[in-house]
Write a protein that binds this ligand. Structure first.
Ligand code: AKG
Length: 293
C-alpha cells in the first residue's frame, strides 16, 4: 500500500486508517467507490499522470448521490491531488476513494459525510494477463437497476462480482462474464465487455444494466476516432462464441483480450483490440486533452 491514506479529514499512515465494526456499509453494502490509475510521468518523474481524473471524480460524486451523500466532485478531486502529492508514488499505482455510511439502522444516518470518506492507494501492475484470458459464463446474473442503482460503483453490486469471480477461478478460468436478468451479455466482474464482429465494435448499452465505465467510454471515443464503427446494443451469449475478438476493459484491467470463453477458443489475431490498446496506452501517457475530462 502507499504509505498514507486520507482518512477522517487528514492524512494518516495507512495502518492507522481503521473504521468501526458498527459501520453501516459493512453490514449493508452502503458504500460507493472509485478506482483510478496513475503513473509517474516517464519524462518527468516528479509529475504524476492520472487518467481521466475529472471523470472519475464526477462518477464517484454521482455514485455517492445515489446513497444520499453530498460529496462534490471538486472536493474529491482536490483530495486525490493532495493524496498523490503526499505519497509521491514512484511506480504505477491505483487509487481507491470510497464513501460510506457509518452508524447502524437500515436507513443510513445522514451524517458527517466529510468524515465518512477515505482514499488509499497501492502499486499496481497487470491486473489480468495482457496475453489473453479465459472466461466462464457465470451462473450468477448481474443485478437489475430496478433493485438498486447500478450505473454508479455501489459496493453492494460487487457481491455478485465476488461470487462470480470465485466460481470462475475455482473452476479453472481467469474471469467471469455475467448475463443480465434478460439473459443478455452484461459485463465481467469489474470490467465492461466489447466484441468485434466483421470489423465493427459492439458493446452492451446502458439499458443492459452495465456500469457507466470510464475506460468503456474512452474505448468508444478512441475507436470512433480511428474510424471504427461502434454499436451499443444487446449482445447474445452465443455471439461471444463466434466473435472475431472479445476484450474486457476497466481501470484496473485496462484492455484485457479474451482468448477462450467456456470451451470456445477465440482467434489469436486481434487487430482491433491491439489497435485500441496501443492508442489507449498512448493517451494515458500523453494526456491528450481530447480525452481529459
Ligand atoms: C476498477 O477497474 O477500478 C475496478 O473497480 C475493478 C474491480 C476491483 O478489483 O476492485
Amino acid at each position: 500500500f502507499l504509505p498514507f491514506a486520507y482518512f477522517q479529514n487528514q492524512f494518516v499512515p495507512f495502518e492507522k486508517a481503521n473504521i468501526s465494526i458498527a459501520t453501516h456499509a459493512l453490514h449493508y453494502g452502503t458504500a460507493a467507490f472509485g478506482g483510478l490509475r496513475g503513473i509517474p510521468n516517464p519524462e518527468n518523474p516528479e509529475q504524476v499522470l492520472l487518467f481521466r481524473l475529472d471523470r472519475h471524480c464526477k462518477r464517484l460524486s454521482l455514485s455517492a448521490k445515489f446513497l444520499h451523500h453530498d460529496l462534490p466532485a471538486d472536493k474529491i478531486q482536490q483530495i486525490i491531488i493532495d493524496f498523490v502529492k503526499k505519497n509521491k508514488p514512484t511506480k504505477p499505482f491505483y487509487i481507491r476513494p470510497l464513501v460510506y455510511s457509518s452508524g447502524l439502522g437500515i436507513a443510513p444516518r445522514l451524517h458527517n459525510i466529510e468524515k465518512d470518506f477515505f482514499v488509499y492507494g497501492l502499486e499496481m501492475g497487470e491486473y489480468l494477463s495482457a496475453d489473453g484470458i479465459s472466461c466462464r459464463i457465470s451462473s450468477w446474473y448481474r443485478q437489475e437497476d430496478r433493485s438498486f442503482p447500478l450505473r454508479g460503483k455501489i459496493s453492494a453490486a460487487y457481491i455478485t462480482s465476488a461470487l462470480a469471480k470465485t466460481e470462475a477461478v475455482e473452476s479453472g478460468f481467469d474471469e467471469a462474464i455475467l448475463m443480465n436478468s434478460q439473459g443478455k451479455v452484461c459485463e465481467a466482474t469489474g470490467m465492461n465487455i466489447f466484441i468485434v464482429r466483421n470489423g465493427q465494435l459492439i458493446t452492451p448499452g446502458f439499458e443492459q444494466d452495465i456500469l457507466e465505465g470510464i475506460t468503456r467510454d474512452s474505448v468508444i471515443k478512441v475507436a470512433q476516432d480511428l474510424g471504427i464503427t461502434v454499436i451499443e446494443r444487446a449482445v447474445d451469449k452465443t455471439e461471444l462464441f463466434i466473435a472475431d475478438e472479445v476484450f474486457l476493459c476497466g481501470t484496473a484491467a485496462k484492455i484485457s483480450p479474451v482468448n477462450r470463453i467456456e470451451n470456445y477458443s477465440l482467434p489469436q489475431e486481434r487487430p482491433i483490440t491491439d489497435k485500441l490498446r496501443e492508442k489507449i496506452t498512448a493517451i494515458t501517457l500523453n494526456q491528450d486533452p481530447k480525452y481529459k475530462d
